[in-house]
Design a binder for this molecule. Structure first.
Ligand SMILES: Nc1nc2c(ncn2[C@@H]2O[C@H](COP(=O)(O)OP(=O)(O)OP(=O)(O)O)[C@@H](O)[C@H]2O)c(=O)[nH]1
Ligand SMILES: [Mg+2]
Length: 478
């Protein structure tokens, strides 16, 4: 790869014709900043050759409109991780400081020329923009840099397409991809041939991609309706299962959080579920529900679900709505945060934004939230102390080493909704099954073995209280 000097990257095209740009720092406005340390170029030649068969070589480009320099670099670093997760090799990352993206080409027209030079110099075949671009922005930029241009939304959709396993997950991702494609059917891609890879147009275009792009809008709309029906049907099945749990009043806990925060690791640590854990973004797309029990024997369910990301494409939020709503209907949200991340608050805000979007259309408030700072083993002490301060009530754990997990279990136990009826009964030894049931579904306050049976004082649900009615002794209170 040809090294470009800082000057070559920054000296052209001072103002980019943006009238509001005068408000920016002089230094920033001229710069198309290079973000260091993003390159994932491989050193080993044989591996390079092997990977080039299937990987794109990409240049990332972002427009930095707000926030600190660190935030803008973190955003591009995240884009790099997303690109790698999708299977691309990141050659270069560039950020332009601007008040807003250029309406025609996303980055300013002068920067487009620089970008073209970098693409040529690095031999990249794809440019990935750190935002959602309009169809015409994509088209115009593509015409100018003469390689494939995709945006962050297409990239995330691509990862979801690669990771979807279940029938429902695949349908949800395809729906999201088609919704993304519909407004882009005309024009975008015309500049370049995207043919010939059999539904695998490379990063950003896998899944329904190429062949369906050629079909007409009507066929795509029909497919969208069909997918919606299928998803609704699968949703009904899940609703039924969930309904059964609700009817049994089994309390539910949903594990939510930013992608790669350690949600699946936590589910595994709490239940030994053996769910896939991977140092990759969006490893989990399908919700997994496991039963767990409190120390006093009450059962509850724990559900691991798809991770969130800043600006999660709205097409995905829409397609995954039913899955996400399940989390929003839980009795408790365990919100897992990566404590070793440089900016955990940004992750927390991004997750809350998505949750709010899911619940925007309904009246029920979100369930109570328990913040869990994970990866304490990998975070430095100062950062953890700061998080304790800014996130009071949060619990710090390591799903990897087990530190803090016991305290977390105790806190979850405390926060679960409690059965409301207190009964005092003496259950004859012949009816041992009722004792077991009270242990499983209720909360035992006292237990004593008497000559004529087991005396229990317990908190139980009304139905169980009714079943126990015949064994009630004097001390009972409703
Ligand atoms: N150091 C450290 N790493 C952890 C810890 N918990 C999880 N990880 C690592 O973080 C990465 C992501 O873990 P996952 O459990 O797959 O994260 P997730 O939140 O389910 O991720 P997605 O499903 O992709 O959204 C894996 O490489 C884990 O090994 C922890 O407590 N400490
Ligand atoms: Mg996961």
């Amino acid at each position: 790869m040809t090294e470009l000097t800082h000057d070559e990257l920054t000296n052209t095209d001072m103002l980019d014709g943006d009238p509001s740009i005068g408000e920016l720092e002089l230094e920033d406005r001229a710069s198309l900043r290079r973000v260091a340390g993003l390159s994932t170029e491989l050193a080993d030649v044989t591996e390079v050759e092997y990977r080039q068969l299937r990987l794109e070589r990409v240049v990332l480009v972002g427009v930095w409109t707000e926030g600190t320099p660190a935030q803008s670099e973190a955003s591009l670093a995240e884009l790099a991780r997303l690109a790698e997760t999708a299977g691309s090799e990141v050659l270069e990352g560039l950020v332009q400081r601007r008040m807003r993206p250029d309406p025609a080409t996303y980055i300013g027209s002068g920067k487009v020329r620089e970008l073209r030079d970098i693409v040529v110099a690095t031999g990249a075949d794809t440019v990935i923009c750190d935002g959602e671009l309009s169809p015409s922005q994509l088209r115009q930029l593509e015409e100018k840099v003469k390689v494939k241009v995709i945006d962050r939304t297409a990239l995330i959709l691509d990862i979801f397409a690669q990771h979807a396993r279940s029938k429902e997950g695949k349908a949800q991702v395809e729906l999201a991809q088609l919704q993304y494609l519909i407004p882009r059917l005309r024009g975008w891609g015309a500049a370049l041939s995207r043919q010939g890879s059999g539904g695998n147009g490379g990063v950003g275009l896998r899944g329904p991609g190429e062949t369906k792009l050629e079909t007409d809008r009507r066929r795509i709309n029909k497919r969208v309706s069909k997918l919606r029906r299928e998803i609704a049907a699968m949703d009904t099945i899940r609703e039924t299962k969930r309904g059964r749990r609700v009817a049994n009043e089994v309390p539910s806990v949903a594990i939510v959080g930013y992608t790669n925060a350690g949600k699946s690791s936590l589910l595994n640590a709490l239940t030994g579920a053996g769910v896939l854990v991977e140092d990759a973004l969006f490893a989990t797309l399908d919700p997994t529900t496991r039963r767990a029990a409190t120390a006093d024997g009450r059962t509850y369910t724990l559900t691991d679900t798809v991770g969130f990301v800043r600006h999660l494409p709205h097409q995905l939020v829409d397609a995954f709505r039913s899955t996400l709503e399940e989390a929003a209907n839980a009795d408790l949200l365990v919100h897992v945060v990566d404590g070793s991340d440089p900016a955990p608050e940004d992750q927390v805000n991004a997750v809350r934004e998505v949750l709010n979007e899911i619940t925007r259309r309904r009246t029920d408030p979100l369930p109570p939230e328990l913040l869990v700072i994970n990866k304490a083993d990998a975070a430095d002490e100062l950062a953890l102390a700061r998080l304790r301060h800014v996130m009071p009530g949060s619990i710090q754990i390591s799903a990897r080493t087990g530190t803090g997990v016991r305290e977390l279990v105790e806190t979850i136990t405390d926060r679960l909704p409690r059965p409301e009826v207190v009964v005092e009964v003496v259950i004859p030894y012949a009816r041992g099954e009722l004792v077991s049931k009270t242990h499983a579904d209720g909360e035992i306050l006292e237990e004593e073995h008497l000559p004529d049976g087991t005396r229990l004082r317990a908190r139980v649900r009304p139905e169980l209280a009714a079943a126990l009615q015949q064994f009630v002794t004097d001390g009972s209170r409703a």
